[in-house]
Design a protein around this ligand. Sequence first.
Ligand SMILES: *Cc1c(COP(=O)(O)O)cnc(C)c1O
Length: 351
Amino acid sequence: MRNFEKNIRKVEPYVPGEQPQKKVIKLNTNENPYPPAPKVAEILETMDIDNFRLYPDPAAAELVKALADYYQVGEDQVFTGVGSDDVLAMCFLTFFNSEKPVYFPDITYSFYKVWAELYKIPYKLQTLNEEFRIVPSDYYGENGGVIFPNPNAPTGLYEELDVIEDIIFHNRDVIVIIDEAYVDFAGRSAVELIDKYDNLIVVQTFSKARSMAGMRIGYAISNPLLIKYLNDVKYSFNSYTMNRVSQLCGVSAVQDQEYFEACVHKIIDTREWVKKKLTDLGFSCLDSMSNFIFAMHPEYDAKELFAALKEHDIYVRYWGSERIEQYLRITIGTREEMEVLLAFLKEYMKK
Ligand SMILES: *Cc1c(COP(=O)(O)O)cnc(C)c1O
């Protein structure tokens, strides 16, 4: 072993879903099947490219203002980043500096573990119950912070706000982060609790419900003090994170409320329809409140099904990890895409 090896930070990186270069039915990374709001296309047409010479606004003030207006909070209560992955990474760095372990579920967004390892933060996985639900009392113990998504990923299960509040209430001495990447497909957001609990941070993204995964926009809503701490860390890391185009498009997307709601409703309708169709085919589907369905079939091996689908250019997500080795996560695409998926499954099961 070379001597420098011992000083190298070695990490096992997060594995993102595949981004194939050919055209496929892409149901593997929870992207939105519909284009971004029309206002986004409009603003791009009028954009002054000469401004690319200049650094972007490090505070992304216009976008912060648009989000503050949308959520009816102060501009000092919004933090933006390059996708919520960036926001979450900043949150781990800023808030999780205890010797005690940070708590998150055993089955959840697999990036949490990666950040904990990267920053050398101790963590403890809390086992979801048999129905893959969070057990609030598991989060009552002494810890260095709590993070989980609501709805959870990859289960899609949503916990009502009283469950979320119970966990925040029992953790007043640490920071609790609720990752709401999919909340627009589900129900009430924990944003309404931020005035009540000074230890709460809610993180959201433009990648899923707002059809802008390619623009990389994420944000956190909290109280001014925690947002200040986040900004201090951000400015100590990289000040010009979000580029000009993303900032501009982000503002337009937030302003197009009507289009956003229509898209979300279409996806929810398709989700409920697909859930029923999959159930008719013998699948067991968790009651997802998200833009994906987590499903298993008692008679067909998930790994084989995943491979067969891929062979036919239908991409879904499969992990094969403990407790979920028989599950596939299927993103909700357009109605037409889901029809192709269902037709394939029907054929597959005839054999
Ligand atoms: C998709 C996702 C994110 C990351 O989204 P960004 O594209 O980085 O904004 C964060 N958390 C969960 C649970 C997700 O599913």
